[in-house]
Design a protein around this ligand. Structure first.
Ligand code: ZN
Length: 275
């Protein structure tokens, strides 16, 4: 009989912090059940923005954001109970402007697909996941690294079990299932309303408008994370401080979360927007 201890789940993400804002509760739930969970970060998040106004001038972050993000990732992995692999590519940044500037040379999204795919195939064949999660073909949001994460994961998913593909990247292993993780309209609406109820400025209004414009996707699977709640809450609480403190690309989703008794999560007063 298969037990949770025999099962392995791999979550492929674009940047450090995505593991805490997309699927963290799922990771924690399965870890709590005994499943081995591996997070793969395709890039080091070297071009992340500092969103927290109060930390924008912090010299140690400005001096070495890569190191700060590595430390945050290590802490997130510890709290979630997951193992972690850096795929080793460089953040492409989020090009802004009309027209957007070209992507920087040598970044993840511009790497030859064979190179990035082989790197992920190697990790899949080493960890041998039964289930893989990644973003949909739109990346969840239009960051070139998120879209590329989808492209690379799909290519690696197709190649990992093929003995003729990347023969020097380990013994073939075909994962059984692949899921796209995603933000639902319901979840984003709940976050938006909870932030407004707390008197906070919500960054989700634009997201909601965009989501309502797009055709709704049919969700095939909902993961109920209730049984792992204490662990999830611990991870989320830490992620709230972590993300708010470091203010990389993730939003303040955790500050809007509530525990099983309906009490708001511990709030980090430094995370409040000035004024
Ligand atoms: Zn990201």
């Amino acid at each position: 009989m298969t037990t949770p201890q025999d099962l392995r789940l791999m979550a492929v993400h674009a940047h450090p912090d995505d593991e805490s804002s997309k699927g963290a509760a799922t990771s924690a739930k399965y870890v709590a059940e005994g499943v081995s969970v591996r997070v793969v970060s395709c890039t080091g998040g070297e071009r992340g923005d500092i969103l927290n106004e109060r930390l924008k001038g912090e010299p140690h972050i400005l001096r070495d954001i890569t190191r700060v993000r590595r430390e945050e990732m290590a802490r997130a992995a510890e709290i979630l109970g997951v193992s972690h692999t850096w795929l080793g590519f460089v953040d492409s940044g989020l090009p802004e402007g009309d027209p957007p500037p070209p992507l920087p040379e040598g970044c993840f999204a511009l790497e030859p697909l064979d190179v990035t795919t082989e790197a992920l195939v190697r990790v899949i064949r080493e960890f041998r996941p039964h289930v893989v999660t990644t973003y949909d073909e739109n990346g969840g949001y239009p960051h070139p690294d998120h879209i590329q994460t989808h492209v690379v994961t799909m290519a690696a998913w197709r190649a990992a079990g093929d003995p003729a593909a990347y023969p020097h990247a380990g013994e073939p292993w075909q994962p059984l299932k692949l899921y796209y993780n995603g933000w639902t309209l319901e979840r984003t609406t709940a976050l938006h309303e909870a932030m407004l109820a707390e008197g906070l400025e919500s960054p989700w209004a634009d997201w909601l408008a965009n989501m309502r414009r797009r055709p709704r996707r049919r969700l095939h699977t909902h993961i109920h994370c209730g049984p792992g709640r204490p662990l999830v809450r611990g991870a989320a609480g830490d992620a709230a401080a972590r993300l708010a403190d470091r203010g990389v690309r993730a939003g303040p989703l955790d500050r809007a979360g509530h525990d099983a008794g309906g009490r708001p999560l511990r709030r980090d007063p430094r995370a409040r927007r000035p004024g």
